[in-house]
Design a protein around this ligand. Structure first.
Ligand code: GLA
Length: 383
């Protein structure tokens, strides 16, 4: 009798219709924050196969692929009617050649290809999306050669927390079931504690705007979830929207803050027409190395001795720290890092953007920082 009881319990647990047990998303991807390009903020719905190919070519010719930017992500506005088998097609004639051919040409450039869909029946721009077609769509994406799925949260009205969770996890399980390694980027616009087991990325903020105040706000909101960042899961304060709305100094600040946040570095800009000075910013290898550090830690605030003059620290796998001196005020200012905050009395200092060693500090290091600028240091304790 006892034995049959156990069998019965097992049958009940495994009965069809029950939600699958929570399955972590661990398919070996996103061990460091993904880097690439996204179509949305630069092109909105003006996307086509030709445009995506042109931007991918620019990624290569500008040296961005070699700097680490690998994912080319086609955002909203591509998905057309479903065919007789329920499979999505691409809108005609902008994607006349089909998505599989587009993915193939992106792969031919030694890049990876990403695509967009949404948790509800329609995308935010009212194109077809994946609700109730999760398994078919994940398989279609896999068949097309997709490497990255951005999964948005439209239409957003009247959806319960339980529904959100089960829909996002349904797509995760559908992606895993295809067997194709596809990175899963959650675009729910705010963090939930089930996101790290569900996706490789979670958008912690609403859509970013190409201005300084908005950028700093996204950085702050995203910083609240620093404890969750780890290889395989990253907080996502949205793309690098380099559209010309900020000064070169502010774009350098933007890039630095995203790098030390272990944020995905997804450029959303017309690569044929980048704002002055920003290509050099996007290609700075020592900054990228801090973002891609295998320890996968996100910066936390260490000090703010004067309002608006902040010190942020990101521990690195080498035992060094990346220290950001951030001036959020309109005046130039000196900002001091105190090695004592890490328990250090002596340490070596390198100025990362200047690509220059700055000798030894014990235990204070002070640097002048431009209005809305940063100084990024790499520091190593000395005995
Ligand atoms: C939402 C997302 C954006 C973008 C658009 C597309 O607003 O947050 O990143 O994908 O939808 O419609």
């Amino acid at each position: 009798m006892v034995r049959y009881g156990w069998i019965l319990l097992l049958l009940v647990l495994l009965a069809p219709g029950r939600p699958a047990p929570v399955q972590a998303l661990d398919n070996g991807l996103a061990l460091t924050p993904p880097m690439g390009w996204n179509s949305w903020y630069a092109f909105r719905c003006n996307v086509s196969s030709d445009l995506i190919r042109d931007q991918a070519r620019a990624l290569v010719s500008l040296g961005l692929r070699e700097a680490g930017y690998r994912y080319v992500v086609l955002d909203d506005c591509w998905s057309g009617e479903r065919d007789a088998d329920g499979r999505l097609t691409a809108v005609y004639p902008r994607f006349a050649g089909g998505i599989a051919a587009l993915a193939q040409s992106i792969h031919g450039m030694r890049l990876k290809f990403g695509i967009y869909s949404s948790r509800g029946p329609r995308t935010c721009m009212d194109f077809h999306a994946s609700q109730d077609y999760e398994a078919i769509d994940a398989q279609t994406f896999a068949d097309w050669g997709v490497d990255y799925v951005k999964y948005d949260n439209c239409p957003w009205e009247g959806v319960s927390e339980d529904e959100l969770r089960s829909r996002y996890q349904l797509m995760r399980d559908a992606i895993l079931a295809t067997g194709r390694p596809m990175l899963y980027s959650l675009s729910m616009w705010s963090f939930r504690d089930w996101h790290p087991e569900t996706g490789h990325l979670s958008r912690t903020t609403f859509d970013i705007e190409d201005n300084r105040d908005n950028m700093l706000n996204r950085f702050d909101v995203n910083a609240a979830y620093a404890a969750y960042a780890r290889p395989g899961y990253w907080n996502d304060p949205d793309v690098l929207y380099f559209g010309g709305g900020m000064t070169t100094t502010e774009y350098q600040t933007y890039f630095t803050l995203w790098a030390v946040s272990a944020a995905p570095l997804m450029i959303s800009a017309d690569l044929r027409n980048l704002p002055p000075g920003t290509l050099e910013i996007l290609r700075q290898r020592e900054v990228i190395a801090i973002n891609q550090d295998p320890a996968g830690r996100q910066a936390v605030q260490l000090a703010e001795a004067v309002p608006g003059l902040q010190v942020w620290g990101k521990p690195l796998s080498s035992g060094e720290w990346a220290i950001t001196l951030l001036n959020r005020t309109p005046a130039p200012a000196d900002i001091t890092f105190d090695g004592g905050s890490l328990g250090w009395s002596r340490y070596r200092v390198r100025d990362v953007w200047a690509r220059a060693d700055r000798g030894t500090a014990e235990p204070l290091f002070t640097a002048p920082v431009a209005p809305y600028g940063v100084v990024l240091l790499r520091v190593r304790a000395l005995p």
